[in-house]
Write a protein that binds this ligand. Sequence first.
Ligand code: ATP
Length: 235
Amino acid sequence: MLRVKNLTTGYDGVPVVFDVSLEINEAEFVAIVGSNGAGKTTILRTISGLLKPISGEIEFEGKQIHKLTAHEIVRLGIAHVPEGRHVFGKMSVRDNLLMGAYTLNDRAKVNRLLNEVFELFPRLKERENQKAETLSGGEQQMLAIGRALMAEPKLVLVDEMSLGLMPMMVDKVLETLKQINKEKGVTILLVEQKVQEALEMADRGYVLQTGRIVAHGTGKELLESDLVKKAYLGM
Ligand code: ATP
């Protein structure tokens, strides 16, 4: 579904991600794991069109997308849940969700999607009319994911959802992502510093160190690898 080929990308022509290749199949749950500053966010921003590659290619459903604008990429079915969540604090939970559906003009469909999000996240339904800024960190993360789902994406890019959340909340949000993946068939690409939690949930993973992929495999294979055990699990 998504193919990243020999991608080098960074800021103002200065690369921070070097020659990265990865593939994600339809309906897979894939994690890119690595430490703070490894370049995970930079890869996601490049996929969603917020940054342009220095070299390399990105294909989505057989079509090159790395020269398209971020808006065009959203319309193809790629939604990005950014790090730090970025919900609209002064707007209600419901209006935040409706913002996610801005590409759709079918009212009935928007209502159906809204109900689906409320089924996944009953907490958001309970707080439907509250301002988003009054939600807890975990609830805001749910809202950011819910907003992405309102665009009916085929692929959701989730950036560091664990930041600032309590461990229990991290597990809960990860489990909901898994449910979205398995029950709705939405493909998920997650980037995470919480290496163990992410690899336990993912079908496959890639390990990124200082901008380069140093290992890949199933979540289980990576968790059992010496590299991951030593570098990330303190074993
Ligand atoms: P984090 O968990 O902190 O998001 P990350 O793995 O996602 O880490 P990136 O945010 O992609 O890492 O950062 C990779 C490198 O790019 C870092 O060295 C960082 O300092 C640099 N970088 C990030 N954003 C910018 C920017 N806007 N301009 C210049 N350099 C940046």
